[in-house]
Each structure stands twice: as C-alpha cells, then as structure tokens.
Design a protein around this ligand. Sequence first.
Ligand SMILES: Nc1ncnc2c1ncn2[C@@H]1O[C@H](COP(=O)(O)OP(=O)(O)OP(=O)(O)O)[C@@H](O)[C@H]1O
Length: 941
Amino acid sequence: MNQSCQDMGSDLSLTSHYVNVQLSQREILRSGKNTNKDLDKELVIMGDTDRQKSLLGQSHIFKGSNGDKPRRYIMLLGNAGMGKTTLIRKLCLDWSRDCIPQFDFVFFLDGKALSLTEPTNSLQTLLLNLSSFAPVCMDPDAVYAQILAATKRVLIIFDGFGELRDYEILLQTLEKDLISSLQKDSKAQTYTVRQLYSAILQRVLLPGCTLLLSTRPRGTASQLLRRTDSLLEVCGFTPTDIEIYLSQYFTDPGLRASALDRLKNCSYLHLLCWNPGLCRLVCLVLEQCKGLEVLPRTLTGLCHQVLRLKMEKDSRSTHSQAEAQSEISVESVEKTQTQISSRSQVTRGNKNTPTKSRAQVHTRSRSQRARGSKKQENEEDDIDGEGMQSVVGEVDRTEERELLSQLSSLAWDGVKANSSILPTGRTVSAKLKAFGHRTGLFFSYHLRTRQVVSSGEREGGGREDREEMGAGEDGEKRGNKGRMDTENADASDDHILLWANPFLQSYLAGLHLSLSRTVTDRAFLQTLPFQSGQKGRRRPQREELELTQRFAVGLLFYNRTELQRLHSYTETAFRDMVAAKQALVTKHLEGLSHGDLNPAQVLEACHYVYEVSSTHGDGSRNSGSTQLVAHLAANLPEVLTFHGVPLKPSDMFPVQNILERGGTKGRQFCLDLENSGIQISGLRSLVGLNNINTFRACIADVITLWEQLEQSGEEGLLQGMVSKFKIHPLKATQVCHIEHLAKLVNIHTHKKLSDSQSDSILAEGVPAVKELHRLELALGPEKGPLVLPKLWELLPGLHNLQHLDLENSKIGDKGAEKLADALVSLGSLEILNLSQNCIGDQGVTKLATTLRALPKLHCLSLYSNVISDEGAESLADVLPHMASLTNLDVKYNKLTDVGAQSLGASLKNCKKMKTLRMWNQCIPYGVFERLQQHDNRILLQ
Ligand SMILES: Nc1ncnc2c1ncn2[C@@H]1O[C@H](COP(=O)(O)OP(=O)(O)OP(=O)(O)O)[C@@H](O)[C@H]1O
C-alpha cells in the first residue's frame, strides 16, 4: 500500500506533492429521518468564522469530538476534484507508516468494481483479492481469520461511487436468505460484489468495523444519513495551500516565483485553485505557457488551454516517435534499396494514398530529408520537405479533429448518463482509446488484478498492481484512482475505461454541444439552462451538466481562431454556425425573467455571462457578449439574494463582475449573502462595492470583517460596512445565530469592537441592531432551550424590537421569568408570540407584571401552554392595564370555566381589545357559549 498509494500521476507523488488539507464537520438541518431532500440542501451552511473554528486535521477523522465515542460510519463529502480520493490515499499512506495505529487492516473498495456482476466472490476474496492496493497475501486464510477476529480494528473505505444514489441502492434492505447465508458462510464464493458491498454497508458483514464513504454531496441520502455518525467535508485549498502546492509543483525556484506571480495577477484563476483538481490544471498551464502567453481568464479558457497543451504534447511526442521509427526505416529502406528496382513507384503509390498513417508519412518525409540530394535525383518525387510537412500537418489535424469529435460526443453521452465510465465495445475505437490514454483524458481501471488466491495456490498477485501504478506518463489522475493499465487499454471484462478528469469531460461535452455538426440548433436550445418548467423541478442539476452548459456557452463566444483546431467546418460555415448559436443563446438568456430564477440560478446566470464575456484570451469582448453582460446587469433584481446557496470562492468573481457592470449603469443593489458560507475575503470584495446599498451576511463573519478592517486601519471601508449591514428581520434557525447576535448586541451596547479602546464609527452603536424590529426563534423545542440563556441576556439591548416570536422553544416557567425581566427594556414591542412553550401559572404570573409595562404591545399569544385558572386570574388582573392590547390568545391551555369567566369579566374593562381566544377542552362548551353571547370578542377559533 505504501508504494501503490504514492503515485499522483505525471511524476507527482503524495510524499512530495501532497498538501495537507483541512476538513470541516458538517451537520444536517433535520434529524435526517424520513427526509427526501437533497443532501446539499440539508446540510447546515456554516459561516466562515465558525467554519475556521470547526476545522479538523486528518488525524481527527476517526476520533470523536471531545472524547466522544470514535466515529464508525463516516461520510466524506466534496465536489468534483476537491480531493476526496487524494485524501483517502493519504490516509492509506499514513496508515502504512503506522500513523493510524487503531487499524490493523485497511481495505479500499471501489464503486467501479460493481461492474463485476458474476456471483463468484466471498468476503475473503473481496477483501484480499479485489480491494485496491491490497498486497499479495501469502496466507489468506490466516489473515482472513485475523480480520474476522477483530473487526473493530478494520477500516473499510468506499470510494469511486458516482453519486449518493449508488450508496442508497446498496442500503436497501437485504433479503433474509442472503443475510443468513452470508452469516453462515461468508467464505462461500457465491456472492456478487454488490451483495458483499451491501452487506458491509449494512453491517451484516464485518460488524463493528469503521466505514469511510466518499461521495459528492448532490442527491438524496436519507438511508445514509440514518447511519452515518460523522459528515466531513474536504475544504479545498486556502491561499497558503495554493502557494505550497505551487512550490511543490515547481521545483525550480525561478519558475516557482514567476508562476506564483502570474497566478496572483490572475484573480479568477487564483480563486479556481481553491479546488485542488483545478489547481492542478492551472499548474499545467502555468508550466507550459512559460512565455508571454496570456493566461486564461475563465473556466472555459482554462480547460481549453489544458486540452490544447495536451494535444500539442501528444502530437510532438507521436511525431518524435514516428521520426525515431522512420530513422530505423530509412536505414532499412536504404539497405534494401538496391534490391528494389523501382522505388519511385512505391513513392508514387504512397503519395496518392491520402489516408496514410502519420508514421508512414513521416518515414517518407524523413527519408527524403535524410537523403538530401537524392531527392532532386528522383524527379517523380515532386513533393518537397515543407510541402510534405504541411500535408502531414493537414493529415494530422484532420485525424485529430475526427478524434476530438468522437471524444466530445462520448463525453456528452457520459454527462447525460451521469457517468464517467466510457461505454465498452466498439463505440470506442482502438485509435481513440490510444489517443485518450496518450493525452491523459482516459484511464483504464483494472477491476481484478489477481486470480482468486486460496492458501496453497499462491499466484503472483500484487505484481500487476504495482506495475500498473507506474504506467502512463501524463494521466491527470492515473495512479490516483486505483488500478490502471495504459498498455492494455482495451476495455475487456477486467477493464473499464474512464474519464480521468471531470472538468475535461464536461469541457469536451460542451464542445460537442456547441461545435458538433450533429447537434442541431433545436437540440442545442434544449440543452441550455433555465428551461421553462425547470424552476419547480426538485431534482438538482448535476455538477457535470451544469459545467457542460457553462462550457458550451463559453465556447460559442470564444476566440474563433483558438477554436479552429477543434472543428472541421469551412471558415464561412463555422462563422455562420457560431453566429446562429450565439443568437440562440442571447435570445434565451435575454428572454429570462430574472425575477423567476431562484438564487442558485441567478448565480449560474452570472457564471454564464462571465464565461461568455471574458473568454477571449486577450481580454477583448465581442459585441454579443457585451450585450449579454449589459442585459444581465440591467435586469438582476435589486434585492439580490444568494440565501441558502453555498458560494465557493470562485463564485464570487462572476457576481462581482456583473454587479460592477450594473454600477457603471447606475444600478444599486441590496445583497443577501446570509446562509451562503461565503469566505470573508469574498464578502469583503462584494459588499465593498460602491453600488451596494445594504447587505446581509453571517453576523459573525461581518464582525470578523469589521475587526480586520479596524486592524488594517481601513476606516472608510469599515464605516461603509457598518452602515450598510442589516439584520432585520432576523430568523434564528441555528444555535449560532443567537450566539452571533449576542456578540453584535454586545458591540452595540459597548459601542466598540471587542478589542478596540474606542471607536468613533460605533459611537452611536450598531445601526443594524437599532433597526432590528423583528426577531424570530425557529430552533424548535430541542435546540431552542440551548440558546435561551443567551437570548435573555441580549434582549434588553434590542430597544427597537417590535415583534418577538419565540413559538415552540420550550421556555417553561423559569424561562418565562427571565423573559419577564428582559421585557422591561423592550418598550417598542408590539407583538409577542409565546405559543407552545410549556409556560404555566408561575411563569405567566411573572410575565403579567411586566406585560403591563409594555406601552405598545397589541398582540399577545400564549396559545397552547399549560396555564390554568391561577394564571388566567393573573392575566385577568393585568388585562385592563394593558392599554394597547388588542388581541390575546390563550387557547389550548388548562384553564377551566373559572379562569375563563375571570378573563371574560376582565374583558369588559378593556375597551381596545378586539379578540380573546381561550377555548380548550376543560371549559364546558355551555360556559364558553354564554361568555361568547355576552361578548362577541371572545372567539372559538
Ligand atoms: N491535498 C492535495 N494535495 C495535492 N494535490 C491534491 C490534493 N487533493 C487533490 N489534489 C489534486 O487534485 C486532483 C483531484 O483530486 P481527487 O481525484 O482526489 O478529487 P475527488 O474529490 O476524488 O474528485 P471526484 O469527485 O471527481 O472523484 C488530484 O488528481 C490531485 O492531483
């Protein structure tokens, strides 16, 4: 394992190129039971400040927090390229170096092995022969016995599953017969990989072992959520990580310094490097475009450059190979020349064969060059060296275009089918496979490395594994995803062919949609985003599809000369085709009603327009793209919300771009970045724009930003950030929301940021707190009580609060007493909702004393508490003194006819009261009816 985990492809290895990334602990909003929502929507989005505090190092993955029980069912989350597999391999490597001593065995099970469908496996063969990186096992029976004897010391890692759904299917209840058969004899070689995976995941096999499952977070995961005890997410690269990565990648100090410099000057590329997979692509471009070439400015540009470089490298190396071969052929030709009577006939024959292979062509051209003067002697040989080269180039290009066209069509098929596995069979020609491998776009995964080994017959098991790990010269992920084999690229039963890089797959799929002759305008139109009817659709858009759409649109507006190599149209036909599709895109995007787009779609629209407008390498724009930017900037809603949309660092840039553009046209925006997890640096860039009138964001992050600005002495900016910040209305859905609010109220009351001595900017307090008129606690009865002590402390600071909604927070009598004390300061309060809070007589009696002191309170709900007659009496006493109260609700409490009659009698002295709701089952209906007859303000409902 130590050897086979190391390789990261292209001469990179874990030991020399791995960057230690952090993990963040994620939580889900609901209990996770019976939920059918998408996991990424269920995940609580943490603010940056809290996220930084919650980060875990790799050494803590298996440990419970604060000495809790160790984690046994861990889900590792991360989008494409975020480094899940790499992290897992690092864990394996660390384990092989004794750094994770709690496990005696680690097995790496790949989702791709599910392609093996024949029922010929046992748990033993699965672990010892099929798991990736498993070394040769000299005494499998003894090892297996040891595994079974201490399953608690076994770690099973599942990786390489396409999506959450694949796990969910494996978690469907197993048939009883299968369970008993597995429990009776797990050594019988009669099970499919699927059955064994299912049984391990469902803890039928290897109970007590630790499971680590990697997955992308899109899709529903109700079954998984029920089982996992830890959700961890790979965080991606910080700016420091990016520097570390670059300094490891560029070992030459000169190159390193210039690469870092160039990257820092290219903000968007730098932001993209947050994703390690993209960081690697960026390095590839930085490495190979050392000269003065302009760096790509968009994701389309980046992937385009990477593909271009790969193709150039490939054609260089195939040429040099062909030339090397031709040298040999020249010699042999020359040797045999005397025996060939009519060489010119051979030559002529070749010349007239347009489909000759590159090697043939080169052999010939090289042989001409080698022979020099002989060329003139041969009058029939009328093609000179240069002419030949251009023919060669043409032949190469034509072939390359053909291959690209096939590749991109396959890539689109994969994106449609949500799969990175290439179809087996004839669809992928040998030539295409070879091209895919040479360019590192494909890698082949070897499903099975060994024959089933039982003790006694020990075959050369691991050998193949190790040889294959080192194979391949340029694969993005070769060596990163299990076994592979570049020599034997055929997708036989034991091999499957995969796309090595999700971004390049999507780029090629986008290429197919935008430039292929086979995609009609109508079909193209249907693939564009935001189709009508999509808004209501629950199914989330998959990452690859979203990227593909972005690339397709980006490519259409790309520099036309750059695209020449990718298509086979004539110049005019190409121009017309592009113009027609550009018009379709423009019409489609301009026809959108931006008010109807949800926040995630608004973000996506910003990305499209960014790709369209900035793809030209030289920074120039064409008029079509300028028009699209202007249109979006003019039509974005004034209140622009990204609430609930996780914002990656690279999302910030396109949004900033469009907001700035709006600013040049005089547009002002109110930005809602709450619950988006935006990084503080991104927050600063966006809300620092001049045309942002107001903004909302995670309170703790805003405070951190203020502190940073104060420390750096940026007073002007701080002033703006303080005055633009808004928190009204505030709905607390997480415990931390109240903690953050408490911090803000503290700043407000002390009129300074925590460490500062005095602060003129905050001399009048925090405007956002002064303007907070409505506060709702929506944490429910489980989490609500956790924040109540903090809430009682902070409430007196909210002088201008008009509406306080504490429904269903399990306040109880004790809480009600504390609340009563806090309420004295809330002279502006108009509405108080204390429904469903277990408040009894004691609590309500205490409350009653302060309620009378609230001059503006007009609506009080004590619905569904446990107030009985004594409490009702207290309320009845205070009611006539509450001059502003118009509506009181004490329905579904415990008062009987006695309490009801007291309240009814008190009502007579309350001229302003409009409604009194008090019905419950303890009040005889007759009494209630009588009271109603006397005063029609008493209502049943
Ligand atoms: N911590 C890291 N240090 C150095 N390079 C990394 C790191 N994490 C990822 N990479 C680079 O990024 C590339 C993509 O990472 P990886 O394959 O692990 O992503 P993934 O999350 O498994 O993606 P997918 O969901 O597509 O399978 C790797 O090939 C590797 O080169």
